[in-house]
Design a protein around this ligand. Sequence first.
Ligand SMILES: C[S@@+](CC[C@H](N)C(=O)[O-])C[C@H]1O[C@@H](n2cnc3c(N)ncnc32)[C@H](O)[C@@H]1O
Length: 508
Amino acid sequence: MSQQFMSMLRKAQQELAAERILEAAGTARHLVEGFPAMADSWIVAGLVARRQGRDADAEQAFRTAANRAPKHPEPWRQLGILYQVAGRLREAEAAYAQGLRAAPQDAALNNNLGTTLRALGRSKDAEQALRNAVRKRADYAMAWQNLGNCLAEQGRHDDAMEGWEKAWTLDPSLADSGLALARTLLNNRKFDKAEAVYRKILARDPDNALAQRGLRWLRRRNVPVWHFPMMNDTPRNEAYRAAIRRAAQRGGRLLDIGTGSGLLSMMAAEAGFQEIHTCEMQPEVAEAARAVIAANGLSDRINVIAKKSTDVKVGKDIPGPADVLVTETFDSALLGEYILPTMDHARHALLAPGAQVIPRGGSLKAALISGEVLRQQFYAGRSMGFDLSAFNQFSPLGVSLVLDCYPHEMVSAEQEVFRFDLMSPHPAEKRVIRLAADRDATVIGVAVWLSLDLDDETTFENKPGATGLASGWHHGVSFFLEPREMKSGDTVEVIASHDRVVVEIVVT
Ligand SMILES: C[S@@+](CC[C@H](N)C(=O)[O-])C[C@H]1O[C@@H](n2cnc3c(N)ncnc32)[C@H](O)[C@@H]1O
């Protein structure tokens, strides 16, 4: 190879690398005119033509290069890239295959063939090519990423993790591999590992929106969404505030079990309680409550203890037993947040004799319910002239929803299902009540809601229609097997039971 050819070739390559395309075009012209037998002259001419958007000329130049040096992989690689970018995938596959015949060890050709086969939907063949690429070059980060993506496309996310992990470790700028790895770790509930990956991505690129979102998802994953409507539930908040204000007249040490946002403790501070302690079992929620309380200038009035109430120690976390206990640790069926075990512990370990508990008790109430929209939501009947009711074997046994969102009617008097006095122990219970239809109606089942006796004066009830849409508490509906045509006076037996945590309402 002449020295002149070599220096001209180098010049053209440098001009291309520096994006000096016009100069590169001139040099390429000299190369093909002066050294038409050399494959590299045509490759450079093809590369220039591609940069100038002249794909047909580029294709011609690469093909000429391939004719000049059929055993040289580079013309085939460049042809393959040209076809692949243009979406001419079968031609790209053929070009890469030719190149591989010339240089079977070429990792980049295997990688490119793999991505082409992936695009053609031939994932198994693609996997093979990509595995060849990483076998030939174990530090080929992009090929590992492609292999990971290819395996994921086959639904083999666990296998894909190796590819993504290798890619991202070899080249941390391949954030997509890190993100895909973190997402799969999340799906596999490997939360700590996923968090570490997100943090590492953000250490490199603090603005990476997907990593930020992943971390945010992790932080909120244990915090139920009902916190929001609950905080906005004005009737609930007002009922608590009224009882807290009355209790403040007698004063003393107040303990709020279940801080949440800190709302009830802040109401206690506003009402004049001088010593307020509150415990929260979810550490991230306790931390947020401290921020909320600080934002309201009440940090020196409220002691937030990041513990479950049953781990709180008098003499350590709080200086002495509480004179007033306020708690809102009730799920829609009252017992699901373990209020009975919580109170069993609080009564003997956290409260002073004669302490006041807000609420002092609560109950679950029930009534028969009918409603065409609800029937359509949960049962099949006649549709398009066909009887679909055999499908009702899959109707839900019960649902939890905000009944105010669905037109409905209560078609019996309401009845108490269970009543709890929070100052007394309550064993598991089972009882049967009867509900009588007060009109002719198509009845779908029984609606259940809660009622809290905050103190002697204030009761809060989330009876449908009573509180509006912003409530964290849902209504329960237990369904019949099929909607039932009832006449006024017909009765239904309801079997209600609880094991101190889970309430079950069965309509017969
Ligand atoms: C329904 S929210 C009420 C939040 C706040 N008190 C309010 O009324 O706006 C109940 C909160 O209590 C917490 N919690 C439930 N049982 C608890 C317990 N035994 N000890 C400490 N926290 C508890 C939950 O994690 C949740 O944040």
